[in-house]
Design a protein around this ligand. Structure first.
Ligand SMILES: [Zn+2]
Length: 268
């Protein structure tokens, strides 16, 4: 049976996992820690995720053929011989079960997010990138252990609720979205906010200022660029700004990265 769409999703998921490495969310000794998943559009009760058990396990070098197809109970459906689902697959499956609207889940262990959860610091809005994500307090799963079974997976999914992100104390974060681009970009924005929170805390202590709700509202309720007279003059009717440049850039980089080739030729 041909699974053309499975292969397309595997490709997209492998690229997204490489982007986690390329953007620094899974590098150094965290090189094998983290996973992006994506629901298969033609089989919405299945998803594709990075697995475990590879000869070389690093997000930097995963290939489409390394990806694992899993059902909504976290059970293995398809993948290379000797590989398994990622160890925290129940977090992905529980979220996909609870949230039919979610098409992609990203989980990593970013430094500044992890530190904020350990220090019990509520993330505050600090700068434009990702500002709305931390306007309200984000839920935190109060354990450092990995999410390994249905009970733990469902606890994390319940904390996530209808939100975009849930934090795991001393461990990492999990974000969701309409696509791998959205779940990964949300994670990048969240880590950016966490980094700025850490700088602010270091510079000014617990009572540092942060961006007020009114200013966030001002930013999110702006006039569309096309409706501004000095743009309407030059841009064609119906034009919308092209967004997603960061994602386009990084996906191009990782798809053409010669250093991600899995093997060198050993002299014979
Ligand atoms: Zn983890």
């Amino acid at each position: 049976m041909s699974h053309r769409q499975w292969d397309e999703v595997k490709y997209e998921v492998a690229v997204a996992n490489r982007v986690l490495a390329e953007t620094g969310l899974a590098t150094g000794f965290r090189a094998s820690l983290g996973h992006v998943s994506m629901r298969i559009p033609s089989d919405p009760d299945k998803f594709v995720v990075k697995g475990r058990g590879y000869a070389v396990d690093s997000l930097h070098s995963v290939r489409p053929e390394d990806m694992i197809v899993v059902d909504l109970n976290g059970e293995f459906v398809d993948g290379p011989v000797g590989s398994s689902q990622c160890f925290e697959v129940k977090m992905h499956s529980s979220i996909f079960q609870a949230r039919p609207d979610v098409k992609s889940v990203t989980h990593v262990h970013p430094h500044f997010i992890v530190l904020a959860t350990t220090l019990r610091q509520r993330l505050r809005p600090m700068n434009q990138e990702g500002v709305a994500l931390v306007k309200d307090e984000l839920p935190v799963w109060p354990h450092i252990k990995t999410v390994q079974n249905d009970v733990e997976g469902k606890e994390v999914a319940a904390l996530l609720g209808d939100g975009k992100a849930v934090l795991l104390r001393g461990h990492g974060a999990t974000t969701v979205g309409n696509s791998p681009e959205e779940s990964v970009m949300t994670m990048l924005n969240l880590e950016e906010q966490a980094k700025m929170n850490y700088y602010a805390l270091s510079a000014m202590g617990q009572d540092h200022p942060y961006i007020e709700d009114e200013l966030i509202a001002e930013m999110t309720e702006r006039t569309a660029i096309i409706d501004l007279p000095h743009f309407a003059k030059v841009l064609p009717a119906g034009w919308r700004p092209r967004v997603g440049g960061v994602w386009q850039y990084y996906t191009r980089v990782v798809q053409n990265d010669p250093s991600a080739a899995p093997e060198m030729n050993r002299p014979s």
